[in-house]
Design a binder for this molecule. Sequence first.
Ligand code: AMP
Ligand code: MG
Length: 520
Amino acid sequence: MILNIQDKFNKALPADPNRNNTIRQVTASCYSYVHPSPTANPLLLHSSTEMLHELGLTALDAKSPAFLKVFTGNELLPDTQPYAMCYGGHQFGHWAGQLGDGRAINLCEVEHNTKNWALQLKGAGKTPYSRTADGLAVLRSSIREYLCSEAMFHLGVPTTRALSLALTGNEVLRDVMYDGNPAYEKGAVVCRTAESFLRFGSFQIFAARQDKKTLKILLDYTINNHYAHLGVPTKSVYINFFKEVAQRSLDMVIHWQRVGFVHGVMNTDNLSILGLTIDYGPYGWLEGYDHGWTPNTTDKGQKRYRYGAQAEMVHWNLYQLANALYPIILEAAPLEAILKKFVGQYRSRYLLMMKSKLGLFEENDADAKLIQDLEFILQESETDMTLFFRLLSKVTKEDKENGFNKISPAFYEIYEVQNNLKPNWEAWFIAYHHRLNQESLTDVQRRTKMNAVNPKYVLRNYMAQLAIDAADKGNYDMIEELYQLLKKPYDEQMEQEKWFAKRPEWARHKVGCSMLSCSS
Ligand code: AMP
Ligand code: MG
C-alpha cells in the first residue's frame, strides 16, 4: 500500500505542546498529537472502490494486512503524526466551549491526482477532547456514516467521504434511547476522508478565547490551502472567504432540500468550513414530505433542526462564524451584507431547485405559488417525497386527468387522500398541466432532466436499519447491496425496484428507522 503522504495541517499549525492523552482544555493550539487506540480483533467489512481510487489505491491494497492495521488503529503509516483537532461550537443554540475531536483521529494527508485528502479514523479511541465519553463508535452508527457519506457523494451532494468500515472486535456500552437501558454493542471504526475536516467551530474556539493570534494563523492557513484562488490573505480576501463559505453552505443546504436529507445536529461544530456535509449522526431521510420532521429524538421538543428550518440554521451558523472572524476583519458591515444577501439568495435558489424537481425550466411568475400549493397538499396527504417526485416525471403534457393516478402510489394513506384531498390534488394537477404546456421541452426531454435531480433511490432510514440488523448478526451482504445500489441513485436499476417503495409500516415508529438518538 503506497500513499503519497503530504502532511500540511500538523506541519504548518501550532500543536498542543502536551503529548499526554489526558482530558484537558487545549489553548493556542489547533490540535493535539494522539495515537489511535489498538483494536482487539479488527475485521474489515467494506471499502469504497471509488475512494480507494481517489487515493491511488486498489482493491488489492484494501485486502492487505497493512490496510487493515492502519485503518483500524493498529499501525501508523511511516513518518506520520496523528492528531485530534481542537474546536468549539454552539450546540442547539448555546455556546458549549471546547469540544474537539473526541473520537476522531487524523492519520495523515494524502495527495493524489492534484487532490488533497485528510484521512481520519472515527471511533479509534480517546483523545484529549473526549470529555466524559469513551472515544469509540458502535457498528450501527458506523454503517450509517459509511453508507450515507458515499451515497451523498453519488447524489451529487458536497460531503466528506468514507474509505473503509471495520469492526474493532471491542465491545462498546451504549444506552441507545437514553432511558437507562445500556447494553453492549459491537465497536467499529470508519476511515473518513475530506479535503479538510475544519469546522465553523474550529475558528470560534479562538475567537471565544480572544486568541486573535491563533485565529489569524488558522484563517490564513485555511485560505492559503483551501481557498487559494482568493489570493494572498488581506482584509478583502477575508471578506471574500466568508462570502464563499456562505455560498458553499448555501449550495449544500439546497442539495439537502432537493434530496430530502435532514442532518439532525446542525451545531456549529458540525458545519464544515468547506461547505461539506459532515458528521453523520442522527440524520434521516424524508419519507412523508414534512417540513416539520426531524429524525433526532434529542431535538424532538424544539425541532430546531427540522427539514424546513435547515437553511435558516445554516444562516444562524454563518452568523456565528461571522462573529468569530470579526476580530480579524474589524468591520461588521460587509459580513452583515453577506448574511443579509443569503436570505434572498436562498429563496431564489430554492425556487429554481424546486422548479427543476417539477420539470419547469421557463420563467413564470406563478411558479412560486404553484410550488407553495404543492408543498401544502404534499404535507396534508402524507406523501413519500422520493416516490412522488420520481413518479411526477411520468406525467405528460396530455395528462390532464391522469396526474393524480400516476403519483398516487406515493401516498401512505391512499383512502384518506381519496376521501379528503382529491379535489385539492385535481385542482393542483390542472394548474400543473397548464404550466407544463408552456414548457418548450418534450415530455421525454423533461423526464430526463427531472430524473437527474430527483433520485430514485436514497438511503431510507429503514434500509440502513436492515443492513445494521443483519450486520449485528454477522451478515454483511446488505452493506454491499446498498453500497452498490446507492452508487447510481438516479438510474432505474430495474432489478432493484424493491427499494423504490414507501417505508414499510413496521418501520414507522421503530428505533433507528424514524427515531434516532445522538448515541453512537
Ligand atoms: P457530535 O454531536 O457527534 O458532533 O459530537 C459532539 C462532540 O462530542 C464532538 O466533540 C465529538 O467528538 C464528541 N463525541 C461524540 N461521541 C463521542 C464519544 N463516544 N467519545 C468521545 N467524544 C465523543
Ligand atoms: Mg460532530
